[in-house]
Design a binder for this molecule. Structure first.
Ligand code: PLP
Length: 439
């Protein structure tokens, strides 16, 4: 008998008892290789001594002080460290407790920015159909996952959804990557013309799409075109790096690889690496100045913003990602993982696409590799795969996604950056066996 309200009310998960590097050990002693970092969270594994020491040291000093009264040393230090490595122009950090909160804060800051500038008619966001931005109502409004959105649709804020940049299914035969990227980016231009650019607050996108698509990066040039369209029409660009940020793709911020900088960027997951629940919304000095020189007050907040213990943990994490070389390691091990995936699944009849960057990889599962036909959704291949992998001692993140209104299956891999070459082998081997067992 439990009094926990689980998300899946009929599931009976084992008890996670111990962390050991890239492994989680349950109360029966079974070991699971964490091939997805939960949901792209545990970038440093489950027993990092420096992060644990930082949390203990901060607990001995002070655990919590409300930001209505105080700032704290770890919050100040972490903000400085993040800005030192942030995309061009990003200058201020607003701490929250997780990804949805970070996105919610970004949407509200963007709206308030235009209110401060005397443009109250701007009420609309534009986002992409293939995207997940969180489960709170604002974040859910911008997300494109129809199944998650449908029950709550009447409660949503105004958002238009345009096509994703999804090369595997979107690029036409004979079309260059560049032409494809421009074509889908130009949907933003068309939507702005349709709704009136003066009514739009921001375009919201994940640089590498995670949960709804399985690590889908944009083609080269796509985000440059998007940036140019946003600038031409004076709308903000919000990048959601909650899943793909913090070194996951081999650079601290994923957008570095697209050669652009956003006006607002959200991070979470890898920021606390699972040791503490923490997220952040970062913005440019221009946006901050509009608030500072205007009302002087961001009309948003939560009790736990800038929580000292969460910030102390995240500061230790970001130090390891930057000075400690862990982001570089994500790039190196990511290349090894990519090769291993291509070697093992490159010719697999039910693997249509292998994609991603760094330690953020996805496989798209198909019924027919030649026609790219997805599996019948009734089969729930992703669920069978998840169960088979878990049984074999591998945690991976298989999901059903929407492809032109039909259901598709993919598996997301986002292992800790500390993975060794042998553990990459173990991951791919277990995944291969689980996939064959599931099909
Ligand atoms: N944004 C992205 C890109 C995500 O992948 C997620 C979670 O998966 C979120 C936002 C929401 O984060 P959280 O679950 O911490 O609220």
């Amino acid at each position: 008998m439990t009094h926990i309200f689980p998300r899946h009310t009929r599931a009976h998960p084992p008890v996670a008892a111990q962390g050991d590097g890239a492994y989680i050990i349950d109360s029966s002693g079974k070991r699971y290789l964490d091939g997805s970092g939960g949901a792209a969270v545990s970038c440093l594994g489950h027993s990092d001594p420096e992060v644990i020491a930082a949390i203990k040291a901060q607990a001995d000093q002070i655990a919590f002080a409300h930001t209505g009264f105080f700032t704290s040393e770890p919050a100040e230090r972490l903000a400085d460290r993040l800005i030192q490595h942030a995309p061009d122009g990003i200058d201020r950090v607003y701490f929250v407790s997780g990804g949805s909160e970070a996105v919610e804060a970004a949407l509200k800051l963007a709206r308030q920015y235009f209110l401060e500038r005397g443009e109250p008619q701007r009420t609309r966001f534009i986002a992409r159909r293939q995207s997940y931005h969180g489960n709170t109502l604002g974040a859910l409004s911008t997300g494109g996952n129809a199944w998650r959105r449908e029950p709550f649709a009447p409660l949503m804020i105004d958002t238009s959804h345009i096509s994703p940049c999804y090369e595997y299914r979107g690029r036409e035969e004979g079309e260059t990557q560049e032409a494809y990227g421009q074509r889908v980016a130009d949907e933003l231009e068309a939507e702005l013309q349709r709704v009136g650019p003066e009514n739009v607050i921001a375009f919201v996108a994940e640089p590498v799409v995670g949960a709804t698509a399985g690590a889908v990066p944009a083609v080269p040039g796509y985000f440059k075109r998007i940036r140019e369209i946003c600038d031409r029409h004076g709308i903000l660009l919000i990048l959601d790096e909650v899943m793909c940020g913090m070194g996951r793709t081999g650079t601290l911020f994923a957008c570095e690889q697209d050669g652009i900088a956003p006006d607002i960027v959200t991070i979470a997951k890898g920021l606390g690496a699972g040791y503490q629940p923490v997220g952040a919304m970062l913005c440019t000095s221009t946006i901050y100045a509009a608030i500072e020189n205007g009302s002087g007050f961001f009309q948003h907040g939560h009790t736990y913003i800038g929580h000292p213990m969460a910030c102390a943990a995240a500061d230790a994490v970001v130090e390891k990602l930057t000075d400690g070389g862990m982001t570089k390691r994500a790039a190196q091990m990511g290349a090894i993982l990519e090769t291993a995936l291509n070697d093992t699944f490159g010719q697999h009849p039910n693997v249509g696409d292998i994609r991603g960057r760094g330690m953020f990889r996805g496989l798209e599962l198909v019924a027919d590799r030649d026609t790219k036909a997805p599996f019948d959704p009734e089969l729930s291949v992703h669920k069978t795969l998840k169960a088979a992998a878990f049984e074999a001692g591998l945690i991976c993140y298989p999901m059903g996604g929407t492809i032109d209104g039909r259901q598709g299956d993919h598996v997301l891999l986002a292992p800790p950056f500390i993975l060794t070459e042998n553990q990459v082998g173990e991951l791919v081997d277990k995944l291969s066996k689980a996939l064959n067992a599931a099909l």
